[in-house]
Write a protein that binds this ligand. Sequence first.
Ligand SMILES: [Zn+2]
Ligand SMILES: [Zn+2]
Length: 224
Amino acid sequence: MRDFLSEIFFGGACYTCRGPARAVLCAECRAELPRLGAELCPRCALPSPRAALCGRCLAEPPDYDATIAALAYDFPADALIHALKFRGELSLAPFLGKLLLECISGDEKIDCVIPVPLSAARLRGRGYNQAVELARHLLPGKLDFSSCVRQRDAAPQMELPWAERQRNVRGAFGCERALAGLSVAVVDDVMTTGATLDEMARTLKRAGAARVVNWVVARTLPPA
Ligand SMILES: [Zn+2]
Ligand SMILES: [Zn+2]
């Protein structure tokens, strides 16, 4: 149904080049999506020679155990995510969710999928949580939309220097479900510094999670 709606919504034009398309993007634009390289740190999904753990993850291991990202946060991935997140274009969610699903190994044993929650105030303002909309297209039987809450709104991470983002999100989340021994996938649209996802992982591990894996549509590469 959502696929059908998305075809109607886009009226047969590619979202990026406006040429004829039967899906969100035409075949050419889809082939040119900004993919991440093959050699990525398994923990944070940043480029790392021979796909070894990167220096940053070795020096300061994050609380999450692994990261899967479908795309680099570059055009048109940034435009598509911005439209989903801020312009209410929810029909982009199945397309972006499926791109992410294609990158997730069937061998990974996941017990539950938790989207990064929005605060109640932000959810009221936006009317939906883009991470929830993406998560609907990933392991539907394992979704948990309600156990994790965002207790307070931090200043938007985008407005802060990278170094301050970790402090900004400290204590932002709560988890009401016992996750003892479970493997949890956390879904978000974009991973930038990883501070928000690290705080989510810290919260989930305090609730007993044995393993926390980030599933994100796009990964921001660090400034050169
Ligand atoms: Zn196109
Ligand atoms: Zn790393």
